[in-house]
Design a protein around this ligand. Structure first.
Ligand SMILES: N[C@@H](CCC(=O)NCCCC(=O)O)C(=O)O
Length: 267
């Protein structure tokens, strides 16, 4: 049996309905890259219909169910009220029903040693959940590059590597890459402003933008990456290494939770 990795869903309006869902590339990277069983975790109920009662969310119930947690990217932004700011541009997409689940879940997962991996929005959520702040418009910050994708390109062009990051020489990423520099893709308008206390930088862009971090004192595997390693992870040594390491941590967590029964990666 594969380890179970909970994947946090976005909550979006579509055709008059509210949909809780995740882009397929993330599900595939968890299933094939981490060799795990992805299970989608819904956000809080939006109660769009006045007759719907809000559902009770019990964070511990989710953590009892999964061996590890994955926080995917999304075009939406973490609500700035969570880091003590007002929205600078209200039309930018928000997802309060994802924030309601992901922020407390991150803190609880780290405390309980549940392996945790966040990508792009997930990376930003991890920084905010731990007390850090975000630039709402990284591209408007003096001296910073524009880290947004070129939307005139096709999808493969948008996710192609566009800039270099320096990897901390003693970090997890450098050891997976076997190098201290890597070329990565870049599709984000926001970015880390103040890094949360207690985290260490794993990767940084040339303009100073923090691109990856981890919480060294948390008892389990954890990693936050601003770029998109899920995109065609099998074509990039570091991307596949990251999902393999996450899957290994999820398997160990599953073995511990199931009393030492060995879980094998599928061939
Ligand atoms: N809203 C944030 C987060 C960026 C992000 O997660 N983008 C992902 C886009 C779609 C995808 O590949 O899932 C920001 O813009 O900084």
């Amino acid at each position: 049996m594969r380890p179970v990795i909970g994947v946090i869903s976005d909550v979006k309006a579509r055709d008059g309905h509210v949909v809780h869902g995740v882009t397929e590339k993330y599900i595939y990277a968890v299933a094939r890259g981490a060799q795990a069983m992805p299970v989608l975790i819904p956000g809080t109920i939006s109660a769009v219909d006045a007759d719907m009662a809000p559902e009770r969310v019990v964070i511990d119930e989710i953590l009892d169910l999964v061996d590890a947690l994955f926080l995917p990217g999304s075009p939406s932004n973490v609500g700035p009220q969570h880091y003590g700011d007002a929205p600078h541009d209200p039309p930018l997409p928000a997802d309060p029903h994802r924030d309601d689940i992901s922020l407390p879940l991150i803190r609880a997962a780290l405390e309980r040693g549940v392996p945790l991996f966040g990508v792009c929005r997930g990376f930003q959520e991890m920084n905010v959940a731990l007390g850090g702040t975000l630039f709402q418009k990284l591209y408007a910050q003096p001296g910073r590059f524009d880290h947004r994708e070129d939307s005139s390109l096709d999808i493969a062009g948008q996710y192609a590597p566009v800039h270099e990051v320096s990897l901390a020489p003693d970090g997890v990423l450098a050891s997976l890459a076997g190098a201290t520099n890597w070329r990565v893709n870049s599709l984000h308008g926001q970015g880390v402003a103040d890094l949360a206390p207690g985290v260490v930088v794993e990767a940084q862009a040339e303009d100073g933008t923090i691109e990856a971090f981890r919480v060294p004192d948390a008892p389990g595997f954890n990693l936050a990456i601003q770029w998109h390693p899920e995109w065609r992870f099998w074509q990039d040594r570091l991307s596949s290494g990251v999902f393999t390491a996450f899957g290994t941590a999820a398997r160990l967590s599953a073995e511990r939770r199931r009393g030492g029964a060995r879980l094998k990666a599928a061939g």
